[in-house]
Design a protein around this ligand. Structure first.
Ligand code: ADP
Ligand code: MG
Length: 619
């Protein structure tokens, strides 16, 4: 039982600090917590009973800032000053989103392609992290208002496909809002938790979480066993959601009312009014068989059949994603034990019907679909508060992580789809005598050459004491914590010199990019193997040349003139072969040089041994 005390000085209630769960959504955000008495999760509502806070920020001309419901009217009247869908921009660079710029009515800065995007408002620039923090602040103060106590700890949810940069950005937004973000968890995991799936440690289940929100669609396949959640695969469409349903209705009306089409040019707000009316009709059609609204003095109506026809292709697209997710996980719809419905748009009867038919199963849809993620986040918050020790959450890495080795090769330390948290170490060594530093470059991607992957970070391990090449033992370890944030550490084991870095990439990858990189790694697999073999042969050749050169400089006296000449020739041929793209040729030249040098290398070895023995008295 939680204790509640009274602060005698102020007369206010003192409660143990609550950890809240927050769904920071593209369209709507909300906050929930575990009711201390009933031990069930509840969402926090405002005075009007509204749980959802529209993810909107309005910047007034006089510098006023409105968030949520209060900002909504300005979406119509001042679209250029009202920020929506900021979640799409979290952890993104301009390059990542430039093809979708038309989706945003506000100004996104494009100065430096590679840096994180900023949004210009008057003469100020805002980062998506800052803007998200305004929404989080609003949720925080709602919770504080209700609980009459400060709230400073939270669990925030993100889509399962969010990468490192996007998770980090979400965490930063929380920090800016004055929240200590105890954990970032995946939305589908949260939704499953809300339905109590996985709360029984004996349970073993495969779950499909179908999440159709305002602007995005995600399908995630999870496996729960022994209280551990594992993401088997994710798929989706970052530009498919309820907004597209609204648009389909508007297009239908415009076709039927050509006069509106012409007045669209003069009347900038007409389109916004049409969209709002369309959304209203859409919502009504979730419960009724027909609905009508009045727009610009005219009454328009739509019935369920018409609506179903309009959105059927969109629902179909979502099912194609489900098919791909099943394929990726190597599963068929028969293997799915539970289907969890998430997102306001799953209220549409056609969506429910089609999804149930696709998986051939009844749905988990008894909770409000736009609240389940926050409810599950509250369950997780409760686990973190120490009230439920049975559960552990596991995620996977979307792309492989590794470092660059000799010849620009990618050495994978954490393979794609590894469960996190994850820790791995591997030893490396120096190439040159007396090499005092070593550069560690961290890459993400599936290709064999780092040049084809994405660089996440780089640092230099300095202060390695002078040792012959190959002597130092540098252990590079990768650690991904439960939030998916990577720390890379390098340590020279003989001297104890150490260096580490938390990898906060400049910006993240879009899921389209993740997909592209995976695809490329498949289509280029043949190429890569060839390139890799060539690079390896070249590296080996260079090493051998270096060693031979060093050997001759030291031991020339042991070699006959003829041997020297033959060696020089073989070295030259090898040198030449390195400039050609023929790995077999390089290998032949390596063997030839080895063949020539082997006898005198052995001779030198004997000399060294007998030299060493000379100094000692053997008895
Ligand atoms: P997000 O996860 O993107 O933040 P939500 O899960 O809150 O968004 O879903 C918002 C979408 O749900 C909007 O497109 C909204 O129109 C739609 N929606 C909400 N209620 C209904 C309803 N009763 N019928 C159909 N669509 C609905
Ligand atoms: Mg959502």
């Amino acid at each position: 039982m939680p204790k509640i005390g009274i602060n005698i000085a102020t007369g206010s209630l003192q409660q143990p600090e609550m950890i809240v769960g927050i769904d920071l959504g593209t369209t709507n955000s909300l906050v929930a917590l575990l009711h201390p008495d009933s031990r069930t999760p509840i969402v926090l509502r405002d005075q009007n009973g509204l749980a959802l806070v529209p993810s909107l920020v309005y910047f007034g001309e006089q510098g006023e800032l409105l968030v949520g419901e209060e900002a909504r009217p300005f979406l119509r009247t001042h679209p250029e000053r009202t920020i929506f869908s900021v979640k799409r921009l979290l952890g993104k660079s301009y390059k990542d989103i430039k093809d979708h710029q038309q989706h945003y009515a506000y100004k996104i800065l494009d100065e430096e392609q590679d840096s994180l995007v900023k949004i210009q408002m008057g003469d100020r620039f805002y980062s998506p992290v800052e803007l998200s923090s305004y929404i989080l602040k609003e949720l925080k103060s709602r919770a504080e208002h209700m609980l009459k106590t400060t709230v400073s700890k939270a669990v925030i949810t993100v889509p399962a496909y969010f990468n490192d940069a996007q998770r980090q950005a979400t965490r930063d937004a929380g920090k800016l809002a004055g929240l200590d973000v105890l954990r970032i968890i995946n939305e589908p995991t949260a939704a499953s938790l809300a339905y109590g799936l996985g709360t029984d440690p004996q349970q073993q289940k495969t779950i499909a979480v179908y999440d159709l929100g305002g602007g995005t669609f995600d399908i995630s396949l999870l496996r729960i066993s022994n209280g551990i959640f594992e993401v088997l695969s994710t798929n989706g469409d970052t530009y498919l959601g309820g907004d597209d349903f609204d648009r389909a209705i508007v297009d239908h009306w415009l076709q039927k009312q050509p006069t509106w089409l012409t007045s669209l040019q003069e009347n900038a707000t007409l389109l916004a009014s049409l969209r709002l009316a369309a959304e209203e009709v859409k919502r009504k059609l979730s419960d009724e068989s027909s609905a009508s609204v009045s727009i610009a003095g005219q009454s328009v109506s739509l019935n369920r059949e018409q609506f179903n026809e309009l959105v059927a292709p969109l629902v179909d697209r979502s099912l194609q994603c489900c098919q791909k997710a099943l394929q990726d996980a190597g599963l068929s719809s028969k293997d799915i034990d539970e289907v969890v419905m998430v997102g306001g748009s799953t209220r549409v009867p056609l969506v429910k019907q089609q999804v149930a038919a696709f998986f051939d199963k009844p749905l988990n849809d008894t909770l409000h679909p736009d609240e389940v993620v926050a409810l599950g986040a509250a369950v997780q918050a409760d686990i973190l508060a120490g009230n439920n020790k049975e559960l552990l959450l596991l995620d996977i890495t979307p792309l492989s992580l590794g470092i660059e080795t000799m010849g620009g090769l990618m050495d994978v330390l954490i393979p794609r789809n590894s469960k996190i948290p994850f820790k791995v170490g591997r030893q490396y060594t120096t190439q040159k005598d007396g090499q005092g530093s070593m550069r560690i470059s961290v890459f993400q991607g599936e290709r064999d050459l780092v040049a084809d992957n994405r660089k996440l970070a780089e640092f230099t391990l300095k202060g390695i004491p002078g040792m012959p090449a190959g002597f130092p033992k540098v252990e590079v370890s990768f650690l991904i914590n439960a939030d998916g944030i990577l720390t890379v550490r390098a340590k020279e084991l003989r001297s104890g010199v150490e260096q580490s870095i938390e990898v906060k990439p400049q910006y993240g990858l879009t899921d389209a990019e993740v997909e592209r990189m995976l695809l490329e790694s498949i289509t280029h697999a043949g190429d890569d193997i060839k390139k890799r073999a060539l690079t390896e042969a070249r590296t080996e050749g260079e090493l051998l040349l270096g060693q031979t050169e060093k050997f001759i400089a030291k031991n020339a006296s042991l070699l006959s003139k003829e041997e020297l000449l033959r060696t020089a020739e073989a070295m030259q041929s090898l040198q030449l072969s390195l400039t050609l793209e023929d790995k077999d040729l390089i290998q032949r030249q390596i063997e030839a040089l080895n063949e020539i040098s082997r006898p005198y290398a052995e001779r030198a070895m004997d000399q060294a041994v007998s030299g060493a023995l000379k100094g000692k008295s053997l008895q």
